[in-house]
Design a protein around this ligand. Structure first.
Ligand code: SAH
Length: 379
């Protein structure tokens, strides 16, 4: 048996066809065998080569000898009172990542992770505080979809209709795996490109690369502040890719027809919710026809920040709309299971939450660093 057997779940449909065609030629088998396997992977949810019952037994065995079909292993599942379901996946090497199923009236959205931890250290994000673990592979990213979709079907939750890259990690800092994973989700599992959203904190070359793709994947930009100085206090990456360069990349993205941009704006009391910020926010949104999602900050153990008052969040929405910007208020879902899951990850890392370090010059209880912590994604 080949110890480095390639995992079929990490191959784009084109790579898969090539691999399987070569395999079955070597085996002296007819060409339609490759299509049979593809069908089992993308449509019929085979768990192993043994499940592929329309293939002769020796062929099932031969596949298992040279290839793998391996999903992330479920570690913990927590269900929220509001219907949100969080999976924690155990990955080889000891890392854990999470994905979240979020039901709304006519949709079932799956929020997936692209990295174990994150290197970008946004102040308000617990994943940033937990430090960077490692990049996920295409199979680990697309595998979250496959395993979650099965869980949803088996538990009467219906089919996953939308996928968002809003779990742990910065997807555009792992393009090597995220770009093939996009092809696998779209061309393999058949999720429409407009139902797949890549969320970024502003990796400019990644936005440009996504704009070059022929599919109309959606883009969410985690903006959180419409002026560079304030944004830089929340998001260290602002210093590398400042707002003016970011907006140029978004304008290019927006010019490619049909690609909607959403601004994510996490509202933190007395940090980024001054009404004076509404006009510059509206100006940026209007420049690229962005929809604005206003998300009350989900408190994390590392900073003493609080969510904006509901009246302030409504004021932002109403005044954005008056300025011609479509806007909505999004409550973070699954708050009751958020802590449980994230703390579990922190415990796996053998660390406990911290609120600051002595001598740290940052004004609000330290900066995100290499400490463990719960995920604070808005999912
Ligand atoms: N790195 C990507 C995707 C992961 S975060 C990005 O930044 O877009 C997904 C979303 O959750 C982002 O919009 C992020 O800013 C938001 N988020 C992170 N921590 C949050 C918190 N504590 N409260 C509310 N939203 C948060």
């Amino acid at each position: 048996m080949n110890p480095d057997r390639p995992n079929l779940l990490g191959m784009t449909p084109n790579e898969l066809r090539e691999t399987l065609a070569a395999h079955f030629i070597r085996r002296g088998q007819p060409g339609y065998r490759a299509r049979q396997v593809e069908e089992w992977l993308f449509r019929s949810d085979a768990r192993s080569f043994g499940d592929m019952t329309n293939l002769p037994l020796p062929e099932r065995r031969a596949l298992a000898e040279s290839l793998r079909l391996e999903e992330p292993a479920p570690d913990t599942v927590s269900e929220s009172a509001d219907g949100t379901v969080k999976h924690l996946w155990a990955l080889p090497g000891g890392e854990v990542v999470e994905s979240v199923l979020i039901p709304t009236r006519d949709r079932l959205t799956l929020c997936i992770s692209s990295q174990a931890g994150c290197a970008l250290k946004c102040r308000f994000c617990a994943t940033g505080w937990s430090g960077f673990g490692r990049q996920l592979s295409p199979a680990e990213i697309a595998g979250q979809y496959r395993a979650s979709a099965r869980w949803a079907a088996e538990h009467g939750r219906g089919s996953v209709t939308n996928v968002v890259f809003m779990g742990m990690g910065e997807p555009l800092a792992n393009r090597k795996a995220v770009f093939p994973a996009l092809s696998i989700l779209n061309a393999g599992y058949g999720i429409g490109s407009r139902r797949i959203t890549v969320s970024t904190v502003g990796v400019v070359p990644g936005i440009s690369a996504l704009a070059e793709r022929p599919e109309q994947f959606r883009l969410a930009l985690s903006l959180h502040a419409p002026v560079s100085e304030l944004r830089a206090e929340l998001i260290p990456l602002e210093k590398r890719y400042p707002l003016d360069r970011l907006m140029e990349a978004l304008e290019v993205f927006n010019r490619k027809g049909g690609r909607r941009i959403t601004f994510e704006y996490t509202m933190i009391r007395e940090i980024n919710d001054d009404p004076a910020l509404i006009a510059p926010l509206a100006e940026l949104a209007n420049r690229v026809q962005a929809f604005v999602n206003l998300i009350p900050f989900n408190p994390i153990p590392y900073v003493e920040w609080r969510p904006s008052r509901p009246s302030r969040v409504r004021e932002f929405r109403d005044r954005l709309e008056a300025a011609g910007v479509p806007a909505a208020i999004r409550e973070p879902r699954g708050r009751d299971i958020d802590a449980a899951c994230g703390q579990l990850r922190a415990r796996r890392q053998g660390r406990s939450p911290v609120t600051g370090k002595p001598g740290d010059p940052a004004p609000v209880h330290g900066r995100p660093g290499a400490e463990g912590g719960p995920s604070g994604s808005s999912c």
